[in-house]
Design a binder for this molecule. Sequence first.
Ligand code: UT7
Length: 331
Amino acid sequence: MAKIRAAITGVNAFLPEYRLTNEEISTMVDTTDEWIMQRIGIKERRILKEKGKATSDMGAEAVKGLLQKTGTSADEVDLLICATITPDMPFPATANIIAHKAGIHNAWSFDLNAACSGFIFALATAAQFIESGRYRKVIVSGSDKMSAITNYSDRTTCPLFGDAGTAVLLEPTIEEVGVFDYIHRVDGLGRHHLHMKAGGSLLPASKETVENKEHYVYQEGQTVFKYAVTGMADVAAEIMQRHNLASEDIAWLVPHQANMRIIEATARRMGLDKEKVMINIEKYGNTTAATIPLCLWDFEKQLKKGDNVILAAFGAGFTWGSVYLKWAYNS
Ligand code: UT7
């Protein structure tokens, strides 16, 4: 019997309209466009400004557009996984709220928390349900409203992040396309270098935690940078080796968009020219679980059926990994 693989058969994204530029950030903290462009590579990021709007609103817009784009009825969806670290609320799961807002009623859903590796962890998870033969339509939504947990008086973190909602559809295929392999890793010790201090069971919200600004991203940038460069490049190189892929066999590297220098280091290690690397960090910044699907959506027209694509990410946890897939359609 032919092997069933999970193929991405559609991708969509929702971006808030508001553009937070480096010029505006320079009025909020002591920084410059030049520093941000040189050290990170971001020009602007989108921010969800509307009151009462949350991660689920961006995710639901992305999902609704995806259903329309792929001609899928909401009732056909079997499972929805939302990768996020900025849930609407600690519980219930944002995936449930997205499903409700998108009119998906015949499915189950859950959130997956792997920070910047959230999308690739969720993709590997979703693929299992398809490969088992049990499900035919699974949606993965990598969505984050990072502006909700960004301290706009901290110059070391506030230029980094942006907001976005995304959605991809996975369906079974017996063709030689779809998700071929993945290598995913975690190291819980890394939590010390990148986390949100308060609001969990360790340090519940209090007047003090608010005053101490402990409900925002805490990051030791240099340490995370060091681990990100080696972590992302290691797994990307390992998955190429495992499948005897030379750099000329790769059509696209789709890296998590945290820092241009990390992206360049990963591409160098894989022996890839910049033309083969999806990069949109300049426009959207680090949207955490949304960066990789946002790239696939941005570059969708350039992707060809059968293209060898490597996804790679590194994030809080620490979490990191890479996915090897063959693109499944021409658009
Ligand atoms: O996506 C999840 C995983 N996260 C990442 O992958 C992020 C990894 N880390 C990074 O991308 C970088 O470490 C940052 C972009 C966060 C920081 O860049 P860096 O080159 O590592 O800067 P640094 O922290 O070593 O700081 C260098 C200098 C410091 O000044 P002194 O101490 O040398 O005088 C900082 O205070 O740059 C200063 N600095 C800034 N200057 C102007 C830090 N932020 C800024 C800023 N504008 N926004």
